[in-house]
Structures are given as structure tokens and as C-alpha cells.
Design a protein around this ligand. Structure first.
Ligand SMILES: *Cc1c(COP(=O)(O)O)cnc(C)c1O
Length: 447
């Protein structure tokens, strides 16, 4: 069995995976990491589906845990949608995208949130409130993942006026066991309120609280799986409709195969470093004969918030005040998962990082659309802008462009809305106002 330790006490006593999932953050303020990486199961190279590969990849992390036998069912329930690898081309250029936005809330956070929900609901001991602060996409993914689940109530805080209009609508559209609050403050205020609630004594919070934020292992581990799936994929996915309806655009899903001989490099839109760190972990695993997943260089594409770029290029970096950008889900001044990267990777080998400003984001959305007819979201645009023109790896597409229509539509014209998002947008939305202080949140939690 492998156990999980805090980054701040790596030689201290460890926890079983289920306990680490339930706790979220370690009591000493550190992040849970596996004490040592387990071996990669060589049987992963024979699997042919996302869920099959995911089971092989994650089973060693679940070894000895009480959820071990349920892992295949957890993954099958969490990932009913895929992560297609698509190639779009035109004007003499082509781009490959790993589309991670086919889940119900149209951003990659569905993978982590749904996996966490499957794990927590199988270990549920008492009525629990999932409390989450969001800068846009996390809240909807978590709400969607826990919506209608017996025993759970979800409380979402978002900064009023600081998420995209469609993100705001989506956050308020769930109803049922999901309560949404628009806080008259910033995302940092929302996070501080959540932190204070977790530190408050139990009688002041009503039910037991659990966290679903991006430092949770239950969101990190499942994000490894689509990188393994992408580099091992040998068969094509069904063709996609052309977003925006440009019939002359050449769009097809790639049947590129990776037989293990070729490494695939990724450029990953990065904010809190959850998604990219998962790719790093998948690359770090090896079988007992030294065989690895063919994952090449990982380039972290940030917006104007450049702490990670400073860290990767110089080895040192200080947290900075958050800068608001067009890629709002990546507006993070002090990425929390950097603590995990520092814990494992002293040499930063095979990692690059590039910061992209708003002008380049808008220009890149326009260029890719003009060349290929394929619309990308502002976060995905950071990835494309971060790479040289002759890059032959894969851009990670973290959200559907329709989620950011106020930015994308003026550049590309109307973008077709995916079904899950359309259903939420058709519902009435409600978010209650909340003052930006911990007392107001504690009152709401008990109410
Ligand atoms: C959250 C988010 C990111 C950043 O992911 P991290 O794991 O925080 O680095 C990028 N793009 C979109 C669309 C997101 O919602």
C-alpha cells in the first residue's frame, strides 16, 4: 500500500488515500503527495480506452485503500465522456488539440470534480457540505458533480462581476442541493472566507465541511489519465462538428498513433498548476523495467500572471497580486500546486514556461480561426501563443469557447453551444448576494 504525506512533513506519518481525499488540505497547511511514486503497471500499454488506461494508471495509487475494488466503477461513472485528440488545419498550418471540454460543464475540471464526487460519496459517513470558492469553472464542475447526490449540500462562492456572464449563469442554474452566492469582493476574498469557515469550530458551520478545491488529491490524480490516454491512443475518435459552422474548414480528428516510440509534447494552459502537474506526475511514473509513458516536454502557458514562468526559468519566484486577464480561470498570483512541484522536482527538467498577454490571446484566437475555422477559448489561446510555429506536439484545450462567448464571439462569430452548457443556460439562475466576510458565510452555512 502506498501512503500519502504532507509536503511539509514528508517523513512524518502517512494517510491512506481515502483519508487524504476526505481532508483536502493537510492540517499543517501542506498538500498531500504520495510518499513515493508507485510503479507504472505495464498492462496500461495493452489497454484501448480512456477508462481502461485510467484504471491501470490509478490502481497502484489505490492499492490497499478501502476504495481499491471500486476504482473501475468510480472511473466508469466519472468519465462517461472522452478526451478526443483533434487535428485542425488550413492555410498551410495544422494544430492538434486535446479537447478536455466534453464533460457536462464544458471545462477540464469536470474530470477532477466528478472523480472526487464518486470517491467522496462512496466514503460518506454523515451529511456533508462541499464548500468551494471559484474564479469561474471549478464551481460549476463541482456543483455538477455533486448535484442531486444524497447526503451532500454544495455551497459555491464566486466574486460578483468577475466571472464571464455565462459562467455566472451556469453557477446559479443548478438549484436543488446547490446554493450559489455572489460575493461582493474578489476571488481572494472568497478564498479567505472559505478558509475561515474551515477553521471555525463545528457548531458554527452546521454540517461537516469538505473541500473540493484544486489542491485536492481527488482532483489531481484523475487529471493524469487523459495524458496517458492521449499518448497511447491508436484509434481515431469520431469527427467533430465544426464550431462556428465554417463548412470549408478542414477539420478532422487525428488518427495519429503513438506506439510508445514517439514522445508527445504538450503545451498546457496553467493557473494553479493542477492540470500541468498531473501531466508531470504521469510522465514521472515508470514500470519496474524502466518503461514510461511517451510524454515529452511540458510547456506551462500562463497568462500575465507569471510566477510559474519565473520559477521555471530561474528556480525562484515570489507570489504576486493577481492580475485580471482574458483567461480569467488562470488568474492566479500564487499557484498552490507549485508546492507539489517543488517537493518532487528539484531540477525542473523537461518543463518550459511562457507567459502570454491579453493582446496575444486575442490575436491568437483570431489567427487560429482565420486559418482553420476552429474557435478556441482564451485559455487554450495561451497555449497556442506560447509555442513556436513549428511545434508538432499537442495543445491542451481546457474549456469550450462557448463558455467565453463575450470574448470569442466578437472575434469568431457565434459559437455553437454544447448540450450540457445549453441546458444550464436555458434554466433560470439564482445567486444570493453575500457580504465579503466570514461571519456572513457562517450564517449562510447554518441557515
Ligand atoms: C482552471 C482552468 C485552467 C487552469 O488550470 P490549473 O489546473 O489551475 O492550472 C485553465 N483553463 C481553464 C479553462 C480552467 O478552467
Amino acid at each position: 500500500m502506498i501512503d500519502f504525506v504532507s509536503t511539509r512533513a514528508p517523513t512524518g506519518p502517512g494517510l491512506a488515500l481515502s483519508e487524504a481525499l476526505a481532508q483536502g488540505l493537510a492540517p499543517d497547511g501542506g498538500l498531500y503527495v504520495p510518499r513515493a511514486f508507485p510503479r507504472l503497471d505495464p498492462a496500461i500499454f495493452q489497454e484501448t480506452t480512456l477508462v481502461g488506461r485510467a484504471v491501470r494508471l490509478l490502481a497502484p495509487f489505490f492499492a490497499g485503500d478501502r476504495l481499491e475494488a471500486e476504482l473501475p466503477a468510480i472511473l466508469a461513472a466519472a468519465f462517461p465522456f472522452g478526451a478526443p485528440l483533434c487535428e485542425v488545419s488550413g492555410a498551410g498550418r495544422s494544430y492538434r488539440f486535446l479537447e478536455l471540454f466534453h464533460g457536462p460543464t464544458a471545462a477540464f475540471k469536470d474530470f477532477g470534480a466528478r472523480f472526487l464526487a464518486e470517491c467522496l460519496s462512496r466514503n460518506l459517513e454523515e451529511e456533508t457540505t462541499i464548500l468551494v470558492a471559484t474564479s469561474g469553472d471549478t464551481g460549476a464542475a463541482v456543483a455538477g458533480a455533486f448535484h442531486g447526490r444524497p447526503g451532500f449540500r454544495v455551497v459555491i462562492l464566486y466574486p460578483d462581476g468577475r466571472v464571464s456572464p455565462r459562467q455566472a449563469h451556469q453557477l446559479g442554474a443548478f438549484g436543488g442541493n446547490v446554493e450559489t452566492y455572489r460575493v461582493s469582493g474578489t476571488f481572494d476574498d472568497c478564498q479567505a472566507m472559505v478558509k475561515a469557515a474551515f477553521q471555525a469550530p463545528r457548531p458554527r458551520t452546521g454540517r461537516k465541511l469538505a473541500s473540493a478545491n484544486s489542491i485536492s488529491l481527488g482532483r489531481l490524480l484523475p487529471q493524469m489519465t487523459y495524458y496517458a490516454d492521449a499518448v497511447l491512443r491508436a484509434v481515431s475518435s469520431p469527427p467533430l462538428a465544426v464550431p462556428g459552422g465554417r463548412a470549408d474548414a478542414a477539420l478532422s480528428c487525428a488518427a495519429r498513433s503513438s506506439d510508445g516510440a514517439h514522445e508527445t509534447s504538450f503545451v498546457i494552459p496553467t493557473g494553479n498548476l493542477g492540470n500541468a502537474f498531473a501531466a508531470w506526475m504521469a510522465r514521472a511514473l515508470s514500470t519496474d523495467t524502466g518503461r514510461r509513458l511517451p510524454i515529452g516536454t511540458l510547456t506551462l502557458a500562463t497568462n500575465a500572471n507569471r510566477m510559474l514562468v519565473d520559477y521555471v526559468t530561474t528556480g525562484a519566484a515570489a507570489p504576486a497580486a493577481t492580475i485580471a486577464t482574458l483567461a480569467n480561470a488562470m488568474d492566479v498570483g500564487a499557484p498552490s500546486n507549485l508546492e507539489r512541484l517543488r517537493h518532487f522536482a528539484s531540477d525542473r527538467a523537461g518543463i518550459a514556461a511562457v507567459s502570454v498577454d491579453d493582446a496575444a490571446i486575442a490575436a491568437t484566437i483570431a489567427t487560429v480561426f482565420r486559418e482553420t475555422g476552429y474557435a478556441i477559448c482564451p485559455h487554450t489561446a495561451c497555449a497556442v501563443a506560447a509555442a513556436p510555429a513549428d511545434f508538432d506536439g499537442v495543445f491542451v484545450a481546457t474549456a469550450h469557447p462557448a463558455k467565453f462567448d463575450t470574448i470569442v464571439t466578437p472575434i469568431c462569430g457565434p459559437v455553437a453551444v454544447p448540450t450540457g452548457l445549453a441546458e444550464l443556460l436555458a434554466r433560470e439562475a439564482h445567486a444570493a448576494p453575500l457580504a465579503a466576510n466570514a461571519e456572513a458565510l457562517l450564517d449562510a452555512l447554518r441557515g
